[in-house]
Design a protein around this ligand. Structure first.
Ligand SMILES: [Zn+2]
Length: 173
C-alpha cells in the first residue's frame, strides 16, 4: 500500500526550514490538513496525525485511560522520576517535604492503577476470549508495553523508507 503525504516547510526561528507532514486525514475524518511532526500508523494502515488517529480508532472508554496515564507520568516526573511506568517508583527528592511526597505518590499510584485497569478493560473488550481473561494481557508490564507499541510513529524519512519498501524498491539510506 502506498500513501502520498504532502510535506510542508516552515521557517525556523533561527533560520533554516523545518519539514512537517500535512495530515491527509483518516476514513472517518477525511479533511484534516493539520501540520504534524509525526504521523502515526493506525489500525487499517493509514498514516494520520495523532488527533485523527485517536478520533478514528480509540473508543470513548480508552480516552480516560490515556488521561490517567498522562497524569501518572506527569506526577512521576514531578517526583524526580522518568515517565515510564516500568521504571521503579521514584524516591523522595531531598528537598521535597515528606507529606508532599506521600500525597503526590498516592495520586501517582492511583492514576497508574486507574490507567492500567482501564487499558485492561479495553484490551478485554477488543480481544474477548479465554486468553484475554487468563494468560493474555493481565500484568501491568504487558499492558504498558502494548501502550508503547501503539505509540508507533513515523518521521518524513521513515515514511519514505516505508513507501519504498511497499513499492518493492531498494531503500535509500
Ligand atoms: Zn489529521
Amino acid at each position: 500500500m502506498e500513501q502520498r503525504v504532502r510535506i510542508v516547510w516552515t521557517p525556523c526561528r533561527f533560520g533554516g526550514l523545518r519539514p512537517w507532514f500535512q495530515c491527509s486525514g483518516s476514513p472517518s475524518r477525511p479533511a484534516c490538513g493539520r501540520r504534524a511532526a509525526k504521523l502515526y500508523l493506525a489500525i487499517g494502515s493509514v498514516f494520520a496525525c495523532r488527533r485523527c488517529h485517536h478520533l478514528a480508532y480509540e473508543s470513548q472508554s480508552e480516552r480516560p485511560a490515556h488521561r490517567a496515564l498522562r497524569k501518572a507520568r506527569k506526577l512521576r516526573m514531578r517526583l524526580g522520576g522518568g515517565p515510564s511506568l516500568l521504571d521503579a517508583f521514584p524516591e523522595r527528592p531531598p528537598r521535597m517535604h515528606r507529606l508532599t511526597f506521600w500525597t503526590l505518590s498516592a495520586k501517582a499510584l492511583a492514576a497508574q492503577g486507574r490507567a492500567l485497569g482501564l487499558e485492561i478493560d479495553e484490551i478485554r473488550r477488543r480481544f474477548p476470549g479465554p486468553a484475554s481473561e487468563e494468560n493474555g494481557f493481565s500484568s501491568p508490564q504487558d499492558v504498558t508495553s502494548m501502550v508503547k507499541r501503539r505509540e508507533r510513529f513515523f518521521t518524513p524519512r521513515a515514511l519514505a523508507a516505508w513507501n519504498a519498501r511497499a513499492r518493492g524498491l531498494p531503500r535509500h539510506s
